[in-house]
Design a protein around this ligand. Sequence first.
Ligand code: F6R
Length: 227
Amino acid sequence: MKVYILKEKDINKRVAGRFIRLINKKENPVIGLATGSTPEGVYNELIKAFKKGIVSFKNTISFNLDEYLDLKDEKYSYRSFMNEKLINHIDIKQSFMPTDNYDDLIKAKGGIDIQLLGIGRDGHIAFNEPGTDFDSLTHIANIAEMTRIDNQRFFENGDKVPERAITMGLKTIMHSKRIILIAFGKNKADAVAKMINGPIHKSCPASILQKHPHVEIFIDEDAASLL
Ligand code: F6R
């Protein structure tokens, strides 16, 4: 695990740079994307680079980590979020959200070259909440209460965060060739410390990343404050 402690704007630039280099080098790049507040700055950098002609996504395929189930309104879907924050602004070849046989589909497309991750306050990655099996593939998961509270900020007019989602499993994520995890802010510090220094244990799903051969963790000083 390589850990970089940097300012938020430098993290966004560096991480976007990692994706741009991959995409400019590889014939058929496959990238793994996340939703939430954390990756928005990276997506803005990617859109800027595309508009300047520094990168084209025309041969790139993306796989998102997760998608809500049982939504009352499509506008809250992670598909809508991704379209608005990235996909509608670039020339990407194909962009997938989790479905049945997602692991087979990822494999058929050559596997994920770089997977982008955020982390939840309870140590979740994607919707793999504490207690999730390290051997899990893409599956339907219950969203933990703490995560539903945290994600309520994206919902309006009394609409509630769903209780279930479809998510890449921990093994799905571990199959990625490279992983980049980003975290900002003091409220992530405890999860970040457990992920990096804690035992590899189901109580902190992100701790499994200690076993991956090519992981980079980009955190700001606040998220690093308990290291
Ligand atoms: C999103 C995802 C989640 C988030 C995590 C952090 O696709 O899989 O694990 O990365 O909940 O969310 P933010 O970035 O909003 O703090």
